[in-house]
Design a protein around this ligand. Structure first.
Ligand code: SF4
Length: 391
């Protein structure tokens, strides 16, 4: 059967920067080695001595046959003094384990089509996704396979396509596009529940375009904009404290920079207020991001693509929207506190905020369910309240 392979240019243009990387994936986490690579490495004349100490057999599955032993700095034992991988240097890419060969590349299937992507937990991938103007130039080629996949529901396909159109509508502030997507997800949810026909999504999309053009979307957004500092602070500190419980050492020192920037905002009683973070966002971060106008649009476009929005985990469309806004809000807070501490934002700072947040987020297996419970508890349980996270 013939299907499509979809590959954005942020994937095509990606190339690992190895020893130059500011948060190498060869440090601080359980690097899994598959059975084939394990055996070949042990049999390689130039690697076998080192492999005896640098690899530990765990035999959990064919894919997780062994794991790399980390030294006291948390580095994979195959790194040389120049931080270069000796497996790659002495035996070439073919001998790398599947994990090392593919990371940060990833892909998901939708209705038989394959969508290639990268993980934001790699700093170079984050640069490619967030900073390159041509990041989303898409190449579509033919893919042949005989596997069967569940068809994507019509409502999900429509919600995905229309969300991207609403996000990228020219001359429309990002916040208004997100407001429209939130409204669209309410209709999508009713269609997914069988209360409405899928044509209701088309009708709602058309109405939202009209509301955007005549300025009523702006009024909606401003009407939702209430004072919820205390609730915002609760959401921010809860997620941040929870991410702090991650055991993975990779990226820990960079995560600590975010923690330090948050603490630097505390007053004499060691308390931090949301109004201070929001002020830092408006007064320092926003001016510092003047040259990065497309930053959040690119991020959200990546998010929709990568997460297959709104079919995210087991969430309903409205829940997926709320979790997305929480991610957006957390990243804005990270950028705000770093901007306040560094009195501006360099490209390095921007990439660090996105990469550190996503590295930690992805190490929490049940992140989306935790996020929904937290949002319910913090009273961000409907469209009006969740949109206040954008204020
Ligand atoms: S995190 Fe990315 S750029 Fe850094 S070493 Fe790993 S693959 Fe290469």
């Amino acid at each position: 059967m013939k299907y499509s392979l979809i590959r954005p240019s942020f994937v095509t243009n990606f190339s690992c920067i190895g020893g130059e990387c500011e948060d190498s994936c060869c440090y601080g986490w359980n690097i899994h080695i598959d059975k084939q690579s394990y055996k070949k490495t042990l049999a390689h004349s130039e690697l076998k001595v080192l492999a005896k100490t640098a690899l530990k057999k765990v035999k959990k599955s064919e894919q997780v046959w062994a794991q790399a032993v980390l030294n006291e700095e948390g580095a994979c034992g195959f790194l040389d003094e120049n931080k270069l991988c000796q497996i790659h240097a002495k035996a070439g890419e073919a001998l790398l384990s599947n994990t090392c060969k593919t990371y940060p590349r990833m892909a998901h299937m939708r209705g038989g089509d394959r969508y290639d992507s990268l993980s934001l937990s790699c700093p170079e991938a984050a640069r490619n996704i967030l900073l390159r103007p041509d990041a989303f130039r898409v190449e579509r080629t033919t893919l042949t396979h005989h596997r069967t996949f569940k068809a994507t529901p019509v409502w999900a396909q429509k919600a995905y396509d229309y969300s991207i159109q609403l996000l990228l509508k020219p001359e429309q502030p990002l916040e208004h596009g997100l407001t429209a997507i939130g409204i669209l997800m309410k209709t999508t949810e009713r269609v997914a529940n069988g209360e409405l026909e899928s044509s209701a999504i088309d009708n709602m999309f058309q109405q939202l375009i009209i509301l955007s053009d005549n300025g009523q979307l702006k009024q909606h957004f401003e009407g939702f904009n209430q004072d919820t500092d205390a609730h915002q602070m609760h959401a921010f500190t809860s997620i941040q404290l929870w991410l702090n419980t991650n055991k993975v050492r990779r990226g820990r020192s960079r995560f600590e920079l975010i923690n330090q920037a948050i603490c630097a905002m505390a007053d004499e009683e060691k308390s931090i207020s949301m109004s201070k973070i929001n002020r830092a966002w408006k007064e320092v971060a926003v001016p510092a991001l003047q040259d990065q106008q497309e930053l959040f649009s690119r991020y959200l476009l990546y998010y929709f693509y990568q997460m297959n929005f709104p079919l995210v985990d087991k969430l309903t469309p409205s829940q997926a929207f709320r979790v997305m806004l929480l991610d957006f809000f957390m990243l804005r807070c990270y950028l705000a506190v770093i901007a306040a501490k560094n009195e501006g934002l360099s490209e390095h700072d921007i990439i660090m905020c996105f990469q550190v947040y996503h590295t930690n987020r992805q190490h929490k297996a049940n992140y989306s369910q935790y996020a929904i419970n937290l949002l319910d508890e913090a009273k961000f349980d409907d469209l009006a309240s969740i949109l206040t996270l954008l204020s």
